[in-house]
Design a binder for this molecule. Structure first.
Ligand code: FES
Length: 87
C-alpha cells in the first residue's frame, strides 16, 4: 500500500494493496478518465511529479517508463510510500 498526493489540492489518498490508484481516487471523488483499465490504451496517463512509479502497463516504452514522470494509474503502482500526481 502507498499514498498518492494530488498536486493541485495537496490532498493525500491512500491506495490499499487490493485496489488500483484509479479506484482509490474514484473512491475519494477524483475521477481519472479510463477505458481499458488494463494498461494498454493510455487513456488514464497521468503525470508524476515526485516519487517512483512501479510500472505495470504495456503502453509506455521502456524509455518512458524509466523516465518515471508519467504512469498509468489503472494498473501501475508506486515503489516507495508516496507518489505526487499532477492532478
Ligand atoms: Fe487504458 Fe489505463 S485505462 S491504460
Amino acid at each position: 500500500a502507498f499514498d498518492v498526493r494530488l498536486a493541485s489540492s495537496g490532498r493525500v489518498v491512500h491506495v490499499a494493496a487490493t485496489q488500483t490508484v484509479v479506484a482509490a481516487l474514484a473512491a475519494a471523488g477524483v475521477e481519472v478518465p479510463t477505458s481499458c483499465e488494463q494498461g494498454v490504451c493510455g487513456t488514464c496517463l497521468t503525470r508524476v511529479l515526485e516519487g517512483t512509479p512501479d510500472h505495470r502497463d504495456l503502453y509506455l516504452t521502456e524509455e518512458e517508463q524509466a523516465a518515471g514522470d508519467q504512469f498509468l494509474p489503472c494498473c501501475s503502482r508506486a515503489k516507495g510510500g508516496l507518489l505526487v500526481l499532477d492532478l
